[in-house]
Design a protein around this ligand. Sequence first.
Ligand SMILES: [Zn+2]
Length: 147
Amino acid sequence: MSSKKRSSRNLCATRPSGGSDYSLNVVNASASNTNFGQYSTFLFFKATPAVYPNNINGAFAGQSPATISNIIGTVGAHELVHRITGIGDIPLNSSNPRDLMSVDSLISNDAKNHTDSARNFFVQNQFQLSANELSKLLNECEKKHGK
Ligand SMILES: [Zn+2]
């Protein structure tokens, strides 16, 4: 996920061996799948999360390629946070409507109220992780890469 200000700190270092800790599939969705992205688990099986550029392109038609790329990154980050931290989709909290992990709830809320909050936050790259989500993510990084 890109951000307006880049931090000079590495949150999660790449392994020297070149292996990766997690994968993200960036693939077009099948016609029956209208999701922007997806992450599935079944019992102990954890799927590789996916983000669907074709569905994002379709929903955000008219936006610049840079904006579309940002949104693909935002959705990818959402799915990867599911995969890495085990945090699920959480209910919208009006005190933090930009929480990346409550975006599904925000979209439902928009549909109910005929508002465009999620769309605007996607386009303006304003979703973010809560302090609690960030700390869980960092904790997982430290488990893998801590000294
Ligand atoms: Zn989700």
